[in-house]
Design a protein. Structure first.
Length: 232
């Protein structure tokens, strides 16, 4: 028994040293939040199981947050290119966990669903922050709604948000320029006054028939749309 205990003690000492080396390596090569979360575990296996359970799965809200962070990431003044690239690679690695693993051609449906999910996140990046509460609820659904479903859900909120009585978005300012009485009298005394007036009526009529292709509102073109300019 004595030799067995001695052999076990030697093996345990070797294992304990390797175990702490692995834990130290995991803590020193991870983010501060992961480093802090790893402090309560005694074995490297426990740390690994914790990391696997936290980062192997993916949900809509987490994936969307990573894509927004990646979209907004910019090289800072004085930051080395290598350091900036490391930040991007870190986000890429986090997003990799949400990508499906394709083994057979029959899994093309999985690829299509993944692309649909990417398009959903890209769409949500550009909409008003006033929709944040609605988007947050929809992003926590399992499975995630399709892009068309999200557009329909946000469309109901869009009607209330962009209505004239809504206080979320400021209404376009209309500047009224006063016209002098002299100008009006001169226009009526011109020989071709009636045709000019009729021409102006035609212009006013045509302007009222103009429909914005972006906002679907009358009175202006898509290039003149203030809502489109605010979004873009």
């Amino acid at each position: 028994m004595g030799e067995t205990d001695d052999a076990y003690a030697i093996c345990f000492e070797d294992w304990d040293g390797s175990n702490h080396q692995i834990i130290t390596w995991l803590c020193n090569t991870s983010t501060p939040s992961v480093h802090k979360a790893s402090g309560g575990y005694n074995t490297s296996k426990e740390v690994w199981v914790m990391l696997a359970s936290r980062y192997s799965g993916s949900d809509g809200a987490r994936e969307h947050n990573l894509m927004v962070t990646l979209y907004q990431l910019r090289q800072q003044p004085g930051e080395r290119v290598i350091a900036f690239h490391c930040c991007i690679c870190f986000l890429y690695d986090r997003l990799t966990t949400s990508k499906p693993i394709i083994k057979t051609p029959s899994e093309a449906k999985v690829i299509s669903a993944h692309h649909e999910r990417v398009q959903l996140h890209q769409f949500l990046m550009g909409i008003y922050h006033e929709f944040e509460s609605v988007c947050s609820q929809l992003l926590h659904l399992t499975p995630l709604p399709s892009v068309n479903k999200m557009v329909n859900e946000l469309g109901c909120e869009d009607v209330c948000l962009l209505s004239p009585h809504s206080s979320h978005i400021p209404l376009p300012t209309i500047v009224v320029t006063p016209v002098s009485i002299t100008t009006i009298d001169t226009s009526f005394t011109m020989p071709h006054g009636p045709p000019q007036s009729k021409k102006n009526d035609n212009k006013r009529f045509n302007k009222n028939n103009v429909i914005c292709k972006f906002y679907k509102a009358k009175g202006h073109t898509m290039e003149q749309c203030r809502i489109r300019a605010h979004i873009l």
